[in-house]
Design a binder for this molecule. Structure first.
Ligand code: GLU
Length: 552
């Protein structure tokens, strides 16, 4: 076909398209950003609920754009309407908001480069396909499903490359008259790329994460527009990322094999290609088989985004964890820099894991603990209250009623170089600090105590008489030691060990008794701080409770 015929063909196939590509090229001008600013996008398909891998990729989009002074936008890739699920789009926007991964523009955020929903961009794709037809890089293909599957079977049998190329591409060189004839017969068609590639030649790309990669040139006549004249992922990706001026496409490495096709599409369309950063999936060691596999929503609770919210894992702590997956040197940096946060770290694609990163629950837990340890008591209180309002209303009410005390309890051992690391989730606060709220403590009634000792409440009642809640920690402990001695307890475990017959026990035993009676457990944050907050009256009540439920 000569150019005139191709123009006629393009008109025949797309009479509805009146604009030419210049219209869109002008409508979406180059972005006015500083040198080096990255434009990234998160392009989810609304085919299910968001999982950790999706969040991770959106997180990467966000951090690289942010640190370079660029733009991160959200584009809904809903070209595959068959796979779309109800509520899929709301799930995406809701999760992004909930996890504080906030695009600067895009679907539901607005912006100058929309629509940010592919199903609303059909005319744009058709305009560009028209150009490709005119330029001789695309053609209508009328092959039937039966023809296609028999080709596939043959290729599988021969173990050759799968697809429509070479002599399989029978409609590649149809004449205009032949095409007209088929159209007259209402034969269905797709639009295929007329690939100019030669598989004997190589293309080389430099992936920002994986480095230099070489592939044979793409030589398959891939489908660009489906029968319903909507685009395939490949075509929509190239058109959209060109018009939206994406600089870096950060996406899952299941797309690596499509790189030669995408590079070719950029070329035949006359566009400057984007840079690619292909991220490895988050993997996990399967408990049953011991093999490494992708994180699965069906098998692993932490694969789904919702899990983190429900469990009460702080968003910022999850961000810290995602940052450790993003850059291998992040964790060490964070642990060594007490006063710094993620935004102080410079992420670098070359520090990103090339193979799969294994999900590490204990690492996530530790980061959460570090996160909590660096928050003030008041911050932990406020955040826990927010969580409780959503997931445990009863506790939220108790928190509100006991605000002042609760903040004091949550503030114990916060100062100093090694702040306490006890909680890793909001959902743990209730149990971990049950002794802070009388109602909960009474309900718990020493069920948490897992030892078999019965403590001497007379002794502790006597101790209460000498308890001074207005002194330093050191003075307090001296008092306890004195009290110990005057009750035939050694002032230190060492003294006790030396002459065990002389004493009933040692000062530690007395502290243990006090601790169990007032907190219901053998381990707690600094005991004197707890006693001070409770005050004599409540301590007395707890001694009585102990008598009632334990000594009976
Ligand atoms: N819509 C594609 C997906 O959900 C996005 C891939 C990409 O980021 O280009 O897999």
């Amino acid at each position: 076909m000569n150019k005139e015929e191709r123009i006629e063909l393009a008109e025949l196939l797309f009479p509805n398209i009146n604009e030419n590509i210049e219209y869109y090229e002008n409508k979406y001008p180059k972005r006015n950003l500083k040198e080096g600013a990255m434009v990234t996008r998160y392009g989810p398909s609304p085919t299910g609920s968001v999982h950790l891998g999706n969040l991770f990729s959106a997180f990467c989009d966000m951090i690289y754009a942010k640190q370079s002074g660029g733009i991160f936008f959200l584009r809904i890739e809903d070209t595959d309407q068959k796979r779309a699920v109800e509520g899929g789009i709301e799930n995406i926007t809701g999760v992004l908001k909930g996890f504080n991964i906030l695009p600067n523009e895009g679907y539901s955020y607005g912006g100058e480069y929309g629509s940010y929903k592919q199903s609303e961009r059909t005319l744009i794709y058709q305009t560009y396909i028209k150009k490709l037809i005119i330029d001789g890089y695309a053609y209508p293909c009328f092959m039937t499903e039966e023809e296609l599957s028999s080709i596939r079977e043959e290729q599988e049998l021969l173990k050759t490359k799968i697809g429509i190329y070479g002599h399989y591409a029978v409609d590649r060189d149809l004449s205009l008259a032949e095409i007209k004839e088929k159209l007259k017969n209402n034969e269905e068609y797709v639009i295929r790329l007329k690939s100019p590639g030669d598989a004997n030649k190589q293309v080389e790309i430099i992936d920002c994460i994986k480095g230099k990669m070489k592939f044979p040139e793409h030589d398959i006549d891939t489908v660009l527009l489906k029968k319903d004249k909507t685009p395939t992922y490949h075509f929509a990706h190239v058109i959209d990322d060109h018009l939206m001026h994406t600089t870096h496409v950060i996406r899952g490495d299941e797309w690596v094999s499509s790189i030669p096709l995408h590079i070719q599409l950029f070329k035949v369309l006359g566009f400057e290609p984007v840079k690619y950063a292909h991220i490895a999936p988050i993997t996990i060691k399967d408990k049953e088989t011991g093999t490494i596999r992708k994180l699965s929503k069906r098998k692993d609770p932490w694969a789904g985004a919702k899990f983190y919210e429900e469990e009460g894992i702080p968003i910022d702590a999850l961000h810290l964890y995602l940052a450790t997956i993003a850059n291998t040197n992040f964790e060490e940096w964070y642990l060594n820099n007490q006063d710094k946060s993620i935004s102080d770290f410079t992420f670098d694609f070359t520090k990103q894991a090339i193979g799969g990163t294994s999900f590490d629950e204990s690492k996530l837990n530790n980061l959460c603990k570090t996160y909590f340890s660096r928050k003030s008591g008041e911050e932990v209180y406020n955040e826990t209250l927010e969580y409780a309002k959503k997931y445990d209303l009863e506790y939220a009410k108790l928190l509100e009623a006991n605000k002042e005390d609760m903040i004091k309890f949550l503030s114990i051992e916060k100062d100093g170089p090694r702040p306490r690391k006890d909680i890793s989730k909001y959902s743990e606060v209730k149990e971990e600090f049950s002794y802070a709220i009388d109602e909960l403590f009474i309900k718990e009634a020493y069920k948490k105590y897992d030892g078999d000792k019965k403590y001497d409440t007379d002794l502790i009642e006597n101790y209460l008489n000498i308890l001074n809640t207005n002194c330093s920690n050191e003075e307090w402990f001296n008092d306890v030691k004195e009290f110990a001695l005057s009750n035939n307890y050694a002032a230190s475990p060492k003294d006790y060990k030396k002459e065990p017959d002389k004493y009933k026990g040692h000062v530690g035993d007395i502290c243990e008794a006090i601790r169990v009676i007032v907190t219901g457990r053998t381990k707690s944050p600094d005991l004197y701080s707890i006693l001070k907050i409770l005050g004599k009256e409540r301590i007395k009540e707890r001694i009585n409770l102990y008598k009632e439920v334990v000594l009976k």
